[in-house]
Design a protein around this ligand. Structure first.
Ligand code: NIG
Ligand code: FE
Length: 410
C-alpha cells in the first residue's frame, strides 16, 4: 500500500478546509525540518522529525528540500481534438482572439475536430498532458467539456475524464466541469436562448443522472453568452446540485464577476477586465478569483489585477487554462513566474493560490490543498531549500518529485 514517510523536509503549507482570502494568503505554516507520514494515501502525521520510524513505510529523505501540497490546476480544457497553430500565427500578426471567433474559427474549429476524434484518441491526448503536468507538480486538475456543443460529443468528453478517473494507476485526479455553454454551436446561430434551454432541459439532467460532472461553467462574454443567459443556466445548474463557475470578464468588462458574486459561484475565472464592483462582489461572497496569467501572456492582454484583488480581500487561485486556442500551455513554472513578476503576488501567495485556493475553486478544500492530517497525501518536493525557486527558475521546472496519495509518481 501507499505508506510513505518523508523526513528532513522543509514543510510549507497553507492551512484549513476553505479558501484563504486577502493578505492571509501570504502566511504559510512552516516546519523547518519535519516529517510527513502518509498511510494508505492519507496524511496521518505532520510535525517534527521523530526519533524512530514506524515499520512498513517507505522512507523518503527530503534532505532539507521544500515540501509543498500537490499543485492543483483548477481551470483547464484538457480534452480536445486537433490543434489551432494557424490561429496563433494570425494573432502574432495582429488578429484578435474574438475576430477569429467571429469569422467562424476559434472554439468552433476545435468543436469540429473533437466531434471527429474517438474517445480513445481524446483520452490518449489528455493523458499526455496529464503526464507532462504531473512532472511539474500537478496532482489534481480540473477539466471541462465544451468542445462538443452537442449531446454526443459533450458526453464523450466527460466520459474521457471519467475513464481516466477510474484508472487506479492514474497520476492525477480530474475534477469535471460541464461547459456546454462554451460557444454557440453553428446549428443554433441566432437562437442562443434556445440553446440555453436545451442545456437546461436536456443536458443538465442527463449529465447529472450519469454522474459525469461536478460543476457547470459558461463563457459569459460579449458576443458569446449574455449575463442574463449565464444567470439562467447557472441558476438551473445550482438547483440541480452542480457547483458553478464562470469564464468572466476575459475580453471586456461584462459583469461576469458581479454575477459570480450574486450566485455565490465557486469561482470566477480570467477576470482580466473585472470591475471594482465585481472584485468587491467576489470578496464579499467568497468567490474564488481564478487568474490565468498564461492566457493574458499568450493573448498579449493586460494581466488581471491580482495584487489588488488580494489587497481587497479576494481569495485568488492560479490555473493554466490549458486549451488549444487562447493558451496552449499547461506550464506551472511559467504560471508562477508571471503571477509573481507581473501580478505582484508574493511567492507565498502564489503557493496558496496554486494549492488550497485551487482546491476550493473545485470544491475539494476539505480533501486536498494543504499538508494536514486527514488530507490526501498529495505532495510536491522542490529541488531547493527555498520556495523562491518557483518564480526564480523562470519557466523552468523546480519540481524534483511529485507524490500522489503517498506514491512517488515523478
Ligand atoms: O478559457 N475563453 C473561452 N475559453 C477558453 C478558450 C478556448 C479556445 O479558444 O479553444 C479560455 O480562454
Ligand atoms: Fe478557459
Amino acid at each position: 500500500m501507499n505508506h510513505l514517510i518523508i523526513i528532513n523536509a522543509r514543510i510549507l503549507t497553507p492551512l484549513g478546509t476553505s479558501a484563504i482570502q486577502g493578505k492571509a494568503m501570504g502566511t504559510l505554516f512552516e516546519i523547518p525540518n519535519g516529517t510527513i507520514e502518509v498511510t494508505d494515501g492519507i496524511i496521518t502525521y505532520v510535525g517534527e522529525n521523530r526519533s524512530s520510524l514506524p515499520e512498513g513505510y517507505s522512507v523518503f529523505d527530503a534532505e532539507g528540500r521544500v515540501v509543498l501540497p500537490g499543485f492543483i490546476d483548477s481551470h483547464t480544457h484538457l480534452v480536445f481534438g486537433g490543434y489551432r497553430p494557424e490561429e496563433f500565427i494570425w494573432r502574432m500578426k495582429g488578429d484578435s482572439y474574438m475576430s477569429i471567433m467571429e469569422r467562424g474559427g476559434g472554439i468552433i474549429n476545435t468543436v469540429r475536430a473533437t466531434r471527429e476524434t474517438s474517445l480513445d484518441d481524446l483520452k490518449a491526448k489528455a493523458e499526455w498532458y496529464i503526464d507532462v503536468m504531473s512532472r511539474m507538480g500537478i496532482t489534481t486538475v480540473e477539466g471541462k467539456s465544451g468542445y462538443g456543443l452537442d449531446k454526443e460529443t459533450e458526453l464523450k468528453q466527460l466520459e474521457v475524464m471519467k475513464a481516466i478517473n477510474e484508472d487506479p494507476n492514474r497520476k492525477v485526479d480530474i475534477s469535471t466541469t460541464f461547459l456546454g455553454a462554451h460557444a454557440v454551436p453553428t446549428e443554433y446561430k441566432g437562437r442562443e436562448d434556445a440553446y440555453i434551454d436545451f442545456l437546461i432541459d436536456e443536458m443538465l439532467p442527463l449529465v447529472k443522472e450519469k454522474g459525469l460532472a461536478e460543476h457547470c461553467d459558461i463563457f459569459c462574454e460579449k458576443g458569446v453568452f449574455t449575463v442574463e443567459q449565464s444567470r439562467r443556466l447557472l441558476q438551473a445548474a445550482k438547483e440541480r446540485g452542480f457547483g458553478v463557475k464562470i469564464h468572466a470578464d476575459e475580453i471586456v468588462s461584462f459583469g461576469g464577476a458581479e454575477l459570480a458574486g450574486e450566485l455565490q459561484a465557486l469561482s470566477a475565472d480570467h477576470l482580466l477586465h473585472a470591475s471594482d464592483t465585481g472584485i468587491q462582489a467576489m470578496a464579499e461572497n467568497h468567490v474564488v478569483a481564478t487568474l490565468l496569467p498564461l492566457t493574458a501572456f499568450t493573448l498579449r492582454e493586460p494581466y488581471a489585477r491580482g495584487r489588488e484583488m488580494i489587497d481587497r480581500g479576494c481569495a485568488v487561485a492560479l490555473a493554466t487554462d490549458l486549451n488549444p486556442g487562447s493558451c496552449c500551455s499547461g506550464s506551472i513554472p511559467l504560471t508562477f513566474a508571471l503571477a509573481c513578476i507581473y501580478m505582484n503576488l508574493s511567492v507565498e501567495e502564489a503557493i496558496t493560490a496554486m494549492t488550497l485556493n485551487g482546491a476550493a475553486a473545485i470544491g475539494r478544500a476539505d480533501r486536498i490543498g494543504s499538508i494536514e492530517v486527514g488530507k490526501q497525501g498529495d505532495l510536491v518536493v522542490l529541488d531547493a531549500d527555498t520556495p523562491a525557486i518557483l518564480p526564480y527558475y523562470t519557466g523552468m521546472n523546480a519540481v524534483r518529485n511529485t507524490i500522489k496519495r503517498g506514491k512517488i509518481i515523478y
